[in-house]
Design a protein around this ligand. Structure first.
Ligand code: SAM
Length: 371
C-alpha cells in the first residue's frame, strides 16, 4: 500500500495482481504524465540565497537556470505573485536585468522590500487581473513561481498582449474563478463542456503532495490522517454532522500529530463538549484506522489521475501561447520531493526579440513540448 502511494499504482499493479484494465489504465496515465527534466535535477542552490529555506532555494536556482536562456531577449523581470521577492531578486542577479515584484499582500510586499534593501529591485502592491493589468513591454520577462490557479493564465495573457517572454511554474489549479475551468484551446469538433474541469477535480492535482511526504515523512502524515479520521467518527458518534476535514476546525493542524487521546481532548474542549472516556477513545481510534485504511485503498486510482490533470492543464496553457505565435518549452524543474508542483514553462515570441540567437539552439532541454 505504502509503496503504491509512494511510487504510483502502475509500478506495483502486476505484483498486486490488479485487474488488467486497471493496470493498463495506470500505465497509460503514467506514460502520458511523463515530462522531461527542464533543467538538471541535481543543481546546487546558489550562495546568494542566505536565509531562504533549502527547498525554496532549490526551486529558485532551478527556475533561474530554466529562465536563463531568455536573458538576451529581456531587459526586465516582472515577477507576478512575488511573495517575499526571492525569485525577483534571484532572477535579477542571474539574468543581470532590472526587476519588479508585484504582490497583492501588503505584509509580503513589506517583507520583500525589507529583504531587497540595497538590491536594485522594486516591489509594488497590486492585485493583478485581466482587468487590472500592469504596464508591460515586449522586452519584459513575466514570471510566476507557484502562481496559484488562474494567476498563471492571467500572467500569460498579460505577457502575450505585448509579446513579452514568460516563464512560470503553477500550483493550486483549483483556484479558479467560479466553479470550473473552461478549456482555453478547445479542439475543433469537441464541445467545450467535455473539456471543462470542475473545481473539485482540479483539486485532485494537489492531493499528491501530501502522499509524497513533502511537508513531513509520509508515515507521519498518514498517522495524523488516521487520527483525524478517528476523531471524525468520534464527533459523529456525539451526534455532530462533521464533513471530512471539518473535524480539525478551530484546531492547529499540528495537533493531529499528537497521541489520539490528546487530539480528542483538544477537539472536544474546543467545541465545549464533555471529555471522552478511554473506551470511547479506543473505539473511535479503531474505527478511524479501519476507515482510513479503506479510504487509502480506494484513493489510489483517484490519486494516480491527479498528475495527469496537472500535465493536461499545463500543456493546455503552453498550447494557448503556442497558438499565439510563441515558441514554448515545458519540463519538470526539480524533483517532486522539493515540491510536487514542478512543471515549468518558458515561452517567447521569436519575432519579439531584437537579440540574435534562437533559444531552441541553446541546448537542453530541447523539448518536450508541445501541442
Ligand atoms: C504560492 S505564493 C508564491 C509566492 C512566490 N512566488 C514564491 O514562490 O515564494 C502565490 C503568491 O501570489 C500572490 N497572488 C495571488 N494572486 C495574486 C494577484 N492576482 N495579484 C498579485 N499577487 C497575487 C499571493 O498573495 C501569494 O503571495
Amino acid at each position: 500500500m505504502w509503496a503504491c502511494e509512494r511510487d504510483g499504482l502502475a509500478r506495483h499493479a502486476t505484483a498486486l495482481a490488479a485487474p488488467p484494465a486497471l493496470a493498463a489504465l495506470m500505465a497509460a496515465v503514467e506514460a502520458a504524465s511523463a515530462l522531461p527534466a527542464g533543467v538538471p535535477h541535481d543543481l546546487t542552490p546558489g550562495p546568494t540565497l542566505r536565509g531562504v529555506k533549502p527547498r525554496k532555494r532549490a526551486q529558485l536556482t532551478a527556475f533561474a537556470r530554466f529562465a536563463a536562456p531568455l536573458a538576451p531577449r529581456v531587459d526586465r523581470v516582472v515577477d507576478i505573485g512575488a511573495g517575499h521577492g526571492h525569485l525577483t531578486r534571484e532572477l535579477c542577479d542571474a539574468l543581470t536585468v532590472e526587476g519588479l515584484g508585484v504582490e497583492r499582500d501588503p505584509a509580503l510586499i513589506e517583507a520583500a522590500r525589507r529583504r531587497g534593501a540595497g538590491h536594485p529591485v522594486r516591489f509594488v502592491q497590486h492585485t493583478v487581473g485581466a482587468d487590472a493589468p500592469i504596464p508591460l513591454g515586449p522586452r519584459d520577462l513575466v514570471v510566476g513561481l507557484h502562481a496559484c490557479g488562474a494567476l498563471t493564465d492571467t500572467l500569460s495573457q498579460l505577457a502575450e498582449a505585448v509579446g513579452a517572454a514568460v516563464c512560470w511554474v503553477s500550483c493550486c489549479l483549483h483556484r479558479v474563478p467560479g466553479d470550473a475551468r473552461p478549456p482555453r484551446c478547445p479542439p475543433a469538433g469537441v464541445p467545450p463542456e467535455a473539456l471543462t474541469w470542475p473545481r473539485d477535480r482540479l483539486g485532485l492535482a494537489n492531493l499528491i503532495s501530501r502522499e509524497q511526504g513533502v511537508e513531513a515523512p509520509l508515515d507521519v502524515i498518514l498517522a495524523a490522517r488516521t487520527r483525524r479520521t478517528g476523531l471524525r467518527h468520534l464527533l459523529r458518534g456525539r451526534g455532530l454532522a462533521v464533513q471530512p476535514g471539518d473535524e480539525m476546525n478551530g484546531l492547529n493542524r499540528r495537533v493531529a500529530g499528537r497521541p489520539f487521546a490528546e487530539l480528542v481532548a483538544a477537539a472536544l474542549a474546543h467545541r465545549g463538549l464533555p471529555p471522552a472516556s478511554a473506551a470511547e477513545c479506543a473505539a473511535a481510534e479503531a474505527r478511524g484506522q479501519a476507515a482510513f485504511a479503506r479510504e487509502r485503498r480506494l484513493s489510489l486510482p483517484r490519486k494516480a489521475l491527479g498528475p495527469l490533470i496537472e500535465v493536461y492543464i499545463n500543456l493546455e496553457r503552453a498550447q494557448w501561447l503556442q497558438a499565439r505565435g510563441y515558441a514554448v518549452q515545458v519540463g519538470r524543474l526539480w524533483p517532486a520531493g522539493v515540491s510536487p508542483r514542478n512543471i515549468g514553462c518558458r515561452a517567447w515570441r521569436p519575432d519579439a526579440s531584437t537579440a540574435s540567437g534562437d533559444l531552441s539552439t541553446l541546448g537542453p532541454p530541447a523539448g518536450p513540448l508541445s501541442g
